[in-house]
Write a protein that binds this ligand. Structure first.
Ligand code: NIG
Ligand code: FE
Length: 417
């Protein structure tokens, strides 16, 4: 089916098409006023001024939609932990009373407190819950969301999550690349023996997930009390041998050498980066590893220190933005909120935030040749917002301005007005 959308106040495209965008290229956008998008066979067939696009051959037979709004590439949320069984309300109460993430962990909360419910959850219930969340991502204008394991932490449960994810992928238009994050924390049955648990993941879970093609990426939480830089390097190097692309939770609560470890192991992204220093930024720039910033987790944990996005962008490192949607540090799946936080707390311009949450997110998922920007020939992954100016998407917060989401050329969400 072909669709012609006309009447749009603005369509945002990038001047450079080489992903990832860096430095001033992140701010270099084209604003097409009174624009039109022509979609055919799931792809963008033409994009530009309404009067030009209307003349296109395909436009004549296309279903015509006339609407106001600002069209962006659908958000590519490159970091989520969208499979968890329960919210962590006890942790939330402690948080509200001033406890830090580390204090919450020490008192029995944190990642480990999420595993019982996930281990007990039936695949059917898990799938229903995930599909419900996928619907919300789409409603907020996200057309791709990476999803990690990491709340099962034993063979059966981690594989259950990956299998559910695979099955659910056929039932939602949301694209959900899978990441194995069994190295999220050491489960209680390993009695704090990190070495033994990591060996177990590397011998059992990693090869199985890779051979069965259940995951595209492998991630590890590199932090004091979780996994060291040395262990992360070893794990990511082995993952690479199995054909999984590396990602690393890096320098979130302290600088533990995670970015350096990720860069040497050929990881595609280092995520969080709150404590990244100049050497880390240089290493990321030189290796092309994306620095994925997750300001919703800082906001939720009440941390006043945010990643130094300005320094990262101005130094020429590739920067992406994502929600980090999870029950412990970021119960937020709306990328619009992340854009607001990126501007308010990290000094990112509205243009940089858009590039970071679309084309650079796609690059961090190794799919920037297919999605992340509105370009002829790419997947028609589009979100249209109730705004006259793209900056309103960052300016308003706590609202969902999305009017319509299109995934691979199909309208998958339309706001009832
Ligand atoms: O990205 N830092 C590690 N993982 C998550 C938090 C997980 C949790 O607390 O449940 C994060 O912030
Ligand atoms: Fe995370």
């Amino acid at each position: 089916m072909s669709i012609l959308i006309t009447g749009l106040d603005q369509i945002i495209t990038f001047k450079k098409s080489n992903a990832p965008l860096r430095g001033c290229d992140m701010r270099d956008i084209n604003i097409i006023k009174r624009g039109a998008i022509l979609i055919d066979g799931g792809k963008i067939a033409a994009i530009g001024k309404e009067r030009e696009i209307k003349k296109h051959n395909i436009s004549k037979k296309a279903k015509h939609i006339k609407m106001r709004g600002v069209a962006l590439p659908g958000f590519v949320d490159s970091h989520t932990h969208a499979v968890f069984a329960e919210p962590r309300l006890k942790d939330f109460s402690s948080r509200v009373s001033g406890a830090s993430y580390q204090e919450i962990k020490a008192s029995g909360g944190g990642i480990i407190s999420s595993i019982n419910a996930v281990r007990k959850q039936s695949p059917k219930k898990m799938e229903e819950q995930l599909l419900g969340r996928a619907k919300k991502f789409l409603e907020c204008g996200t057309t791709t969301a990476e999803v990690k394991t990491g709340y099962g932490l034993d063979f059966k449960s981690e594989i259950k999550i990956l299998q559910v994810l695979k099955k659910a992928s056929f039932k939602t238009p949301l694209e959900m690349p899978a990441t194995l994050l069994s190295a999220h924390s050491v489960p209680p049955e390993f009695k704090k023996d990190t070495k033994k648990y990591l060996e177990f993941i590397m011998a059992e879970i990693l090869p199985f997930a890779a051979q069965k093609k259940l995951a595209v990426f492998a991630d590890i939480f590199c932090e004091k009390g979780y996994f060291s830089a040395k262990e992360s390097f070893k794990y990511l190097s082995q993952a690479k041998e199995y054909g999984l692309i590396g990602k690393i939770h890096a320098e979130q609560l302290s600088n533990s050498g995670a970015i350096a470890a990720g860069a040497s192991a050929g990881a595609i992204s280092a995520d969080h980066c709150d404590y990244a220093d100049s050497r880390d930024i240089k290493a990321a720039k030189e290796t092309g590893m994306v620095l994925t910033l997750l300001p919703a987790s800082n906001f939720y944990l009440g941390i006043s220190k945010y990643p130094n996005a300005r320094k990262m962008i101005d130094s020429g490192a590739a920067v992406a933005l994502a929600t980090d949607f999870n029950p412990g540090t970021s119960p937020c799946l709306n990328m619009q909120e992340v854009l607001s936080l990126a501007s308010i707390n990290m000094g990112m311009t509205c243009e940089e935030s858009i590039a970071a949450s679309t084309i650079n997110g796609a690059y961090a998922l190794n799919i920037s040749d297919k999605t992340g920007s509105l370009e002829v020939g790419k997947q028609a992954d589009v979100a249209i917002f109730d705004a006259e100016d793209y900056r309103e998407i960052s300016y308003y917060f706590g609202d969902n301005l999305n009017l319509m989401t299109i995934k691979k050329g199909k309208i998958v969400y339309k706001k009832c007005i």
